[in-house]
Design a protein around this ligand. Structure first.
Ligand SMILES: [Ca+2]
Ligand SMILES: [Ca+2]
Ligand SMILES: [Ca+2]
Ligand SMILES: [Ca+2]
Length: 595
């Protein structure tokens, strides 16, 4: 071959090959998606790049005495929350970063398939400055009822409250709120526990609140037991006055046991009208608190049976998985065959509402959602619009180099308190993985007590270290899209394409007498002899918050009889025979319903 002809030859080959390779990929994905939609009713396509989202989470680096185990002590902080902060009708995504000096991102949904990071512009980017701690998660709620969603950014360090100024900027109002200067907060939610129309805030620590992880007084910072550790962080309950001030009412939770909190969800489990609390804890039992008419909380972990066997509780999500009008609770745990199989907990209620005597049974094994790897966030949502709630669950602890840390981990985890609680006793990780590179789970619910994992068939094949997952209808198409946040990994956005034959109905709420975010609004849809209940919640899952809009899949050609809405104020509103296929915007006390 003449050397002068080489460049042309190379160019020609590249020109020929590129379109062939690309189109084959596209053709294959189209075939995969058609097959998945035919078999399972939906397909998830990774649209992160075309949506203009480029975000990679960074972990923090603590005191150098933790260097040998840094990947595990700094293994959290990747989070994502959904909010329509500017009220343009499109759901936006707030994402935390956790490296010192790293920036959080706020992806405003432009509605055309792309997003724009406006975190700096609105004043929500620089939240990880050295000396202030680092972000772990966020929870949105309109604490001053002005119609704009405000945000609590919880951190290992100085958590912050920001007031949303008409969807244009955010004003830092932490001091006025009176929240603590420092705590290693890992879980939080807004709820109106006393139903006075003003949102209240609960948050809980992971590491003890006295610890500044960058300047440790000693290395005895680890859990004192793998199963019964009571040396974690405390809980805080703040009652909102609606004007940006809050009263510390932590005493209503009863005597505090400093557990290692991972997730909090507030929801009316008993049909009393008052939101109860579910708290997932690492290294100890999970907790349930029944709300006694807004006056106090009663610890009901043991009586409800949820708080019997300690596991590594990571996630708190609720869903009416059996379409009985009652919530089951999904708490994820660690399952590593050959090392430690705790199994996830799917707590299904055993009695109908049952007041204080409500008990639960763990059905995770029976229904097939027990094994989720080193599991973190999970959410309920009807991904294929067939009328049953499915589950997306993410996982993966530390994906690093060759070798696995499990043997060393098991040795120290089984040691006595003196051994396990001192970081100096933990063997060095030396770049090894620890339950890393794990496949995610998408369990579809057949409505007859069987879930089936279809993750790879529907397009979810990545193996980054998953932390938070959220569900939201990002483009108002009547489907739940999926967004996943990964530790030291990218934020990924999956666009859902569901079987178009299947119907759905959606609801956006605005409280008037109730809190304006309408958090705590309970909605029950009755169709074709079936029913399903959902509730507007703030936090759900692990360090995350779904869209506030409620989405119900209805299956093919549904006949919707009615929708019963119970506002936090107690007012009940009924929609008779609403048309499916639209999002209803419902304002409390107004008879006109906008579709
Ligand atoms: Ca928006
Ligand atoms: Ca507000
Ligand atoms: Ca309140
Ligand atoms: Ca479903």
């Amino acid at each position: 071959m003449n050397w002068k002809k080489l460049p042309l030859y190379v160019v020609f080959v590249v020109l020929l090959a590129a379109p062939v390779v690309l189109s084959r990929e596209v053709v294959e994905e189209v075939a995969r998606s058609e097959e998945a939609i035919a078999l399972y009713g939906f397909y998830l396509r990774d649209v992160t790049e075309e949506a203009g989202i480029s975000f990679v989470h960074q972990s923090p680096t603590f005191d150098s005495r933790l260097d040998h185990i840094m990947p595990q002590v700094a293994s959290m902080g990747a989070s994502v929350s959904v909010v329509d902060f500017d009220r343009d009708g499109f759901q936006d995504l707030y994402v935390t970063n956790s490296g010192e000096g790293s920036k959080n991102a706020f992806f405003r949904n432009l509605g055309d398939g792309t997003f724009e990071d406006v975190a700096e512009e609105v004043g929500l980017a620089e939240l990880n400055e050295p000396g202030t701690g680092v972000s772990m998660g966020t929870v949105w709620g309109d604490f001053d009822n002005d119609g704009y969603e405000d945000v609590f950014v919880y951190k290992w360090g100085r958590s912050e409250l920001f007031r949303n100024v008409e969807g244009k900027s955010f004003e830092r109002v932490t001091e006025k709120a009176g929240f603590p200067d420092w705590a290693n907060v890992h879980a939080a939610t807004w709820f109106d526990y006393d139903r006075d129309g003003f949102l209240d805030l609960i948050f809980a620590g992971y590491y003890h609140e006295d610890l500044d992880l960058w300047h440790l007084p000693h290395t005895r910072i680890m859990p004192e037991s793998f199963e019964y550790a009571q040396n974690g962080g405390r809980k805080y309950l703040f009652r909102g006055n609606g004007d940006g001030t809050f009263e510390d009412r932590s005493e209503l939770l009863g005597p505090d046991s400093p557990l290692w909190a991972m997730a909090i969800a507030a929801v009316d489990l008993r049909g009393t009208g008052y939101p109860d609390l579910v708290i997932a804890n690492d290294y100890e039992v999970d907790e349930i608190y029944f709300n006694d008419a807004g006056k106090r909380f009663i610890a009901a972990g043991e009586t409800s049976r949820i708080g019997f066997a300690p596991k590594s509780g990571m996630n708190a999500a609720v869903g009416d998985v059996l379409n009985t009008g009652q919530y089951s609770i999904f708490i994820t745990n660690i399952s590593e065959p050959g090392a430690l199989v705790q199994g996830n907990n799917l707590w299904v209620p055993r009695s109908v509402f049952g007041g204080d005597s409500l008990t639960y049974e763990n059905m995770a094994t029976t229904v097939g959602v027990e094994l989720g790897g080193w599991a973190y966030g999970a959410q309920f949502g009807d991904l294929n619009n067939d009328g049953t709630l499915d589950i997306v669950g993410t996982n993966g602890f530390i994906s690093a180099g060759r070798g696995d840390y499990w043997y060393d981990f098991s040795k120290v985890a089984g040691g006595n308190t003196t051994i396990i609680s001192d970081a100096a006793n933990w063997p060095a990780m030396n770049g090894r993985s620890h339950s890393g590179h794990q496949r995610k789970h998408v369990w579809i619910n057949d409505g007859r007590l069987r879930f089936r994992d279809v993750a790879s068939a529907v397009g979810l094949t990545e193996v980054y270290d998953g932390r938070a997952v959220v569900l939201a209808d990002l483009w108002n198409r009547g489907v739940l899209d999926v967004v996943l946040a990964h530790q030291n990994g990218p934020l990924l956005v999956y666009k859902n394409t569901a079987n178009p034959e299947r119907a759905w109905i959606g609801f956006d709420f605005e409280g008037v007498e109730s809190n304006r975010s309408a958090i705590g609004t309970r909605v029950e849809v009755f169709w074709d002899g079936k029913r399903q209940v959902q509730e507007v919640m703030a936090s759900s899952g692990f360090c995350s918050q779904n869209q506030r809009r409620l989405h119900f899949g209805l299956g093919e050609n549904p006949n919707v009889e009615k929708v019963v809405i119970r506002w936090p104020s107690g007012r009940v509103q009924t929609l008779e025979a609403p048309e499916p296929g639209q999002v209803y915007r419902i304002v409390e006390n107004e008879s006109d319903i906008e579709a």
